[in-house]
Design a protein around this ligand. Structure first.
Ligand code: ATP
Length: 199
């Protein structure tokens, strides 16, 4: 599996529709300072579901929308699509290519699409985690972040390794199930109290 292409429109410095094609193996993006190289990485991180603006070097999520320049006004929305090669079916979909889209408008509308169809973040996250692609630190290591991983506490480093090895999804499912179990236990206790009152 590899990243085949990235299409952006209205994302950070990419005001117009742009598509970047990648090849299998190592790809290098070069350009002068401030030309938008890191914005490309931010776009990949964003479309994979990053929820924290800080991780995208922004104060708030709306800041990822093109803010306007010398000769043009701000964009109303931002849209990013990645196409992943899925020839080996690492993503559990019977498709040779998988397109993931995220969009956000200034009016607050936002969402995700999987091959052009609306999808929930939770379903997208599960799909990606199954292929060991997550929002975690190992998928995208940005400038200066290698030190963060190397200097991390053992417990934090363990989380990164769990994410990379595919264990993280089970931990998340376990946490979710534990939360649901807690709710069921509370409701069951309440029902028993009611039963006692009735008897
Ligand atoms: P360096 O080599 O210095 O790390 P870079 O090529 O990685 O630079 P980026 O950090 O990707 O550059 O891009 C910075 C540029 O993106 C700045 O000119 C900044 O004004 C622009 N930019 C960031 N967010 C927005 C936005 N929402 N709207 C318009 N431009 C933006």
């Amino acid at each position: 599996m590899y990243l085949k292409s990235l299409s952006l429109r209205g994302f950070k410095s990419f005001a117009d529709s742009s598509t970047i094609e990648f090849a299998p193996g190592i790809n290098v993006v070069v350009g002068p300072n401030g030309s938008g190289k890191s914005n490309i990485v931010d776009a990949i991180s964003w479309v994979l579901g990053t929820q924290t603006p800080k991780a995208l070097r922004s104060a708030k999520m709306e800041d990822v929308i093109f803010a306007g320049g010398q000769s043009r006004g701000a964009a109303k929305s931002s849209k990013v699509t990645i196409v992943l090669d899925n020839a080996e079916r690492r993503l559990s979909l019977e498709l040779a290519e998988v397109a993931i889209t995220r969009h956000l408008s200034r009016s607050g509308e936002s969402g995700y699409e999987l091959n052009g169809r609306d999808c929930r973040l939770i379903d997208l996250s599960e799909l990606l985690l199954d292929a060991s692609i997550g929002r975690g630190q190992h998928t995208i290591i940005s400038q200066g972040n290698l030190d963060v991983i190397l200097d991390a506490k053992a417990s934090d480093r363990r989380l990164t390794i769990e994410d990379a090895s595919g264990i993280a999804k089970y931990r998340r499912r376990q946490d979710r199930t534990a939360r649901r179990l807690g709710v069921v236990e509370e409701e069951s206790a309440r029902a028993q109290e009611l039963l006692r009152d009735i008897n």
